[in-house]
Design a protein around this ligand. Structure first.
Ligand code: NDP
Length: 458
């Protein structure tokens, strides 16, 4: 169904038009619950803003922003170790390139479908805008389950995936990176295949690369570290700090482990970590040594977090459970979308949790988010976890200049970017007694991309 400016005249962005917009949006994107959830959340903040900013309305800027530029779906055929043919479905959703080349990670997980990739790419539009770097938005991946696959199978899958994807990406077109199931090993295989197919060493085509071939210091740590820096800014703003706080972290991947590491460096006590098998609770807290041990369990042995408790008798493993029932002052969901339900959010708040900073993308269910937003300090993913893509942007800059910045320089730039994102949230989310970081991130992200879209014309 086409949408026209006549249907959305300046000044008509009231609650009825929001309802009509959402009804039409859901009709056009049926059976895509994650994508609907992500757009609904942003629309509730953007519509009241549009009612007072007619410069965006007659060109249907927000309506255009909720429709991807293009969606690429492809077959990935590969052979397993036993010689069987396997087929997966690959995706790349190029959402918006108004402020820079498409940019966003690749996810390899059995649950991947179009709804998940579209929600991630939509969120990326706002997140990349908040970094203030010239980064458009995309996301991709495949319904490939890396669990239990041999290294040779991972390599063959990555090769087959890139054989299809390579024609759609490039340093000035679309720049993928990692996400769930795509870490340093997979990026290496993907980049190697891109190089073989194109005959070019175009290092700016992928970020998250190894340091030996164009990667950036601090990229691996950036998402987790940035989530903690953002939490510290939220606390500092009201005269508190992370020091001494008891924290629950979920996940045991790239984001979670670096989030836990930075929390422990900043004097907080990390009580939990988790993976898809359950969560571990160490009442003494996870310090650098214990986090390195977990890194070896997850990325060296490729085992589950339960293995940790064998060497740590005071720690406990809770199979099939999430960590949100453990009493804490702050929570850092760093595993996956919708991993905090409304009941779990209520439990966190009742137990005295005063802050949630989202390392994962959309980890709080819609009603859980609404509760956090009302009751406690809440750093939404598009602001709190933007440090990863920000340092990816810095990796691209270093690739273009063919030089490498130092760790200290990159960490300081990351800190500046997280501070700047916090400032943007204050600017657009202030006004009341409590800063609304969700509204702040949504509006600040929207305005920059929206102005670029207007400047480019239709
Ligand atoms: P990893 O693959 O390194 O780690 C993911 C972790 O989450 C693993 O411990 C995994 O457990 C767990 N997990 C995944 N799915 C589920 C599930 N359905 N239930 C319970 N646990 C689950 O990914 P990342 O750390 O890179 O990504 C984590 C989150 O952070 C994602 O939401 C991602 O989109 C987001 N993010 C990542 C960025 C990055 O730079 N990497 C940037 C910005 C956001 P198991 O090992 O058992 O599968």
């Amino acid at each position: 169904m086409s949408r026209s400016a006549a249907a959305a005249k300046p000044g008509s962005y009231d609650s009825t038009s929001l309802k009509n917009f959402l009804a039409g949006f859901e009709r056009r994107n049926p059976q895509e619950p994650e994508f609907q959830q992500a757009v609904r959340e942003v629309a509730h903040d953007v519509f009241p803003y549009l009612a007072e900013h007619s410069e965006f309305t007659d060109k249907l800027v927000f309506e255009r922003m909720t429709e991807p530029d293009r969606i690429i779906v492809f077959r990935v055929s590969w052979e397993d170790d036993a010689g069987n043919m396997r087929i997966n479905r690959g995706y790349r959703v190029q959402f918006n390139n108004s402020i820079g080349p498409y940019k966003g990670g690749l996810r390899f997980h059995a649950s991947v479908n179009l709804s998940i990739i579209k929600f991630l790419a939509f969120e990326q539009t706002f997140k990349n805008s908040l970094t203030t770097l010239p980064l458009g938005a995309a996301k991709g991946g495949a319904d490939f389950n890396p669990h239990g696959k041999s290294d040779a199978e991972i390599a063959r899958f990555c090769k087959a995936f890139m054989t299809e994807l390579h024609r759609f990406i490039g340093p000035n077109v679309d720049v993928p990176a990692g996400d769930i199931g795509v870490g340093g090993r997979e990026i290496g295989y993907l980049f190697g295949q891109y190089k073989r197919l194109t005959g070019e060493f175009a290092s700016g085509t992928i970020t998250g690369k190894g340091l030996e071939y164009g990667g950036s210091l601090v990229r691996t740590e950036a998402t987790g570290f940035g989530t903690v820096y953002f939490a510290e800014h939220m606390l500092n703003h009201r005269g508190d700090s992370l020091k001494g706080l008891r924290c629950c972290v979920s996940g045991a991947g790239n984001v979670a482990l670096h989030c836990a590491l930075k929390l422990s460096e900043m004097g907080a006590k990390v009580l939990t970590l988790s993976d898809s098998s359950g969560f571990i609770h160490d009442p003494d807290g996870f310090d650098r040594t214990k986090i390195e041990e977990l890194h070896e369990i997850k990325f060296g042995k490729r085992a589950s977090v339960g293995a940790y408790v064998k060497k740590h008798p005071k720690a406990s493993f809770h199979a099939g459970k999430r960590p949100w029932g453990v009493k804490c002052d702050a929570a850092f969901p760093c595993a996956t979308q919708n991993e905090i339900s409304l009941d779990e959010a209520k439990k966190l708040v009742a137990n005295g949790c005063q802050l949630v900073s989202e390392g994962a993308n959309m980890p709080s269910e819609e009603k859980a988010m609404q509760l956090f937003r009302k009751k406690i300090l809440f750093g939404p993913a598009k602001a709190a976890n933007a440090g990863g893509v920000a340092v990816s942007g810095l990796e691209m800059s270093q690739n273009t200049m063919r030089l490498n910045w130092t760790e200290a320089e990159l960490d300081s730039r990351l800190k500046e970017i997280m501070q700047d994102i916090h400032n943007q949230c204050l600017e657009y989310g202030g006004g009341g007694r409590r800063i609304d970081y969700v509204r702040g991130a949504n509006l600040a992200g929207f305005v920059r991309v929206g102005r670029a879209m207007l400047a480019h014309g239709v």
